[in-house]
Design a protein around this ligand. Structure first.
Ligand code: IPM
Ligand code: MN
Length: 364
C-alpha cells in the first residue's frame, strides 16, 4: 500500500480521550510501514466548551477531507442542561450520520469464550461464546422522517414522528448484509414488523427479492418482538441480523448486554461515499462516554481499539492488519488481562494504559 490513509480523530468526551490514546498507539504499531495521517479535532461537549458548537465547521471540513473518522464518545452531565437539540449526542452524532450518508451501522456483539461468565445469561446458553453481527439501518425511519414535530391541537399537544423507508434504502442495507454474510457463516436474519407496519411489509418484500441474487446465503425473517426473545433464548443461533433504524437501536443494546461487556464492542457506520478505493466510514465504540469512570484510567480501551480494526477492514481493506489487532486482543484476554468492567477472580486487573500496552505487545 503506497497511498496515505487519512483519518480524522474525534476523541470527544468522558472516557473518549483516554481510550483513544490507546487505540492510536495500537493503530500506529499495527500499521508500521503504512503511511497514516491522523488529524485530531474537537467534537461533542469538548467542542461546545471551546467553540460553542458540538460539531464545529472546522471538524466537519477535516472529516470531509479524510477517508474515515475514528470517533470516541460524546456527552456527559455537564451538557445535560442544554436544550435537546444542542446536546452533544444529537448535535454531533446525528448530523455526522446524515452529512456523510452513513446508512449502515455494523455492531458486532461478540462474547469471547473466556468472558462468557460475564454474560447475564445462564452459562449453558452462552458457553463457548457467540458472534453476532447486528446491521442497523442508520439514516432512515423514525429518526429522520418528516413531519417530525410537536404541535398544539385544541387543548393538548400532539407529537408526530414519521417512519418512512423507500425501496432503495432497504435495498442498499440489505445488499450490504448479504455481502458481509458472505465473509461469515452465510446466514442472514432480517427483522421487521410486517404484521403491523407498512414499513415492515416493504422491508420484507425487498429482502425476499434480494435473496434471489444471493442463493449462497440463507435468509430468514423474524418479527422484531420475537427477535428480542430469540436473542435471549439462543444467541449462538445467530450470525448476521439486519433491521431498520429504531429496531436496530434497541436490539443492538440488547445484544451488547448479552455479551456482558459493552466496553469490548466496536462499531462501524458506513457511508455511500468513496474517496478512490476507500469507502468512507465512522468508527466508534458501542458504549457511551461513561462520565462516571472518566479520567480514572480504568476504562476498557478494547472497544476503541477494535473500532480502529474495523476501520482498517471496512474503509482501507487491510483485512490482515485488522485480523492482527483482533488476535492481539484475543491473546491479551486469553492471558488473563482484565480491566475492571470484565474483571473476575483469578484474572489480572489492569488499567486502561496497561491493557493498551499489553495489546501492543501481543501484536505480531
Ligand atoms: C446509538 C445512540 C444514538 C442513537 C443516540 C445517542 C442518538 O443511542 O448510537 O445507538 O439512538 O442512535
Ligand atoms: Mn442506542
Amino acid at each position: 500500500m503506497t497511498k496515505k490513509l487519512s483519518i480524522a480523530v474525534l476523541a470527544g468526551d468522558g472516557i473518549g480521550p483516554e481510550v483513544m490514546v490507546q487505540a492510536l498507539q495500537v493503530l500506529r504499531k499495527a500499521c508500521k510501514g503504512i503511511d497514516i495521517d491522523l488529524k485530531e479535532c474537537l467534537v461533542g461537549g469538548a467542542a461546545i466548551d471551546a467553540t460553542g458548537k458540538a460539531l464545529p465547521e472546522n471538524t466537519l471540513e477535516v472529516c470531509a477531507a479524510s477517508d474515515a473518522i475514528l470517533f470516541g464518545s460524546v456527552g456527559g452531565p455537564k451538557w445535560e442542561p442544554l436544550p435537546p437539540n444542542e446536546q452533544p449526542e444529537r448535535a454531533a452524532l446525528l448530523p455526522l450520520r446524515k452529512r456523510f450518508s452513513l446508512f449502515a451501522n455494523l455492531r458486532p456483539a461478540i462474547c469471547f469464550p473466556e468472558l462468557a461468565a460475564a454474560s447475564p445469561l445462564r452459562l449453558d446458553l452462552v458457553a463457548g461464546g457467540f458472534d453476532i453481527l447486528c446491521i442497523r439501518e442508520l439514516t432512515g425511519g423514525l429518526y429522520f422522517g418528516k413531519p417530525k414535530e410537536t404541535r398544539q391541537e385544541g387543548t393538548e399537544r400532539i407529537a408526530i414522528d414519521t417512519m418512512i423507508y423507500r425501496d432503495s434504502e432497504v435495498e442498499r442495507i440489505g445488499r450490504l448484509a448479504f455481502e458481509v454474510a458472505r465473509t461469515r457463516k452465510k446466514n442472514v436474519v432480517s427483522i421487521d414488523k410486517m404484521n403491523v407496519l407498512e414499513n415492515g411489509l416493504l422491508w420484507r418484500s425487498v429482502m425476499k427479492q434480494l435473496a434471489g441474487e444471493y442463493p449462497d446465503i440463507e435468509l430468514s425473517h423474524l418479527l422484531v418482538d420475537n427477535a428480542a426473545m430469540q436473542f435471549i433464548r439462543s444467541p449462538r443461533a445467530f450470525d448476521v441480523v439486519v433491521t431498520e433504524n429504531t429496531f436496530g437501536d434497541i436490539l443492538s443494546d440488547e445484544l451488547a448486554m448479552l455479551t456482558g461487556s459493552i466496553g469490548m464492542l466496536p462499531s462501524a457506520s458506513l457511508g455511500t461515499g468513496h474517496r478512490g478505493e476507500f469507502r468512507f466510514g465512522l468508527y466508534e465504540p458501542s458504549g457511551g462516554s461513561a462520565p462516571d469512570i472518566a479520567g480514572k484510567g480504568i476504562a476498557n480501551p478494547i472497544a476503541q481499539i477494535l473500532s480502529a480494526a474495523m476501520m482498517l477492514q471496512y474503509t482501507f481493506g487491510l483485512d490482515e492488519v485488522a485480523r492482527g489487532i483482533e488476535s492481539a486482543v484475543r491473546k491479551t484476554i486469553a492471558s488473563g488481562y482484565r480491566t475492571r468492567d470484565i474483571f473476575s477472580p483469578d484474572t489480572k486487573l489492569v488499567s486502561t494504559a496497561e491493557m493498551g500496552a499489553a495489546i501492543c505487545e501481543n501484536l505480531g
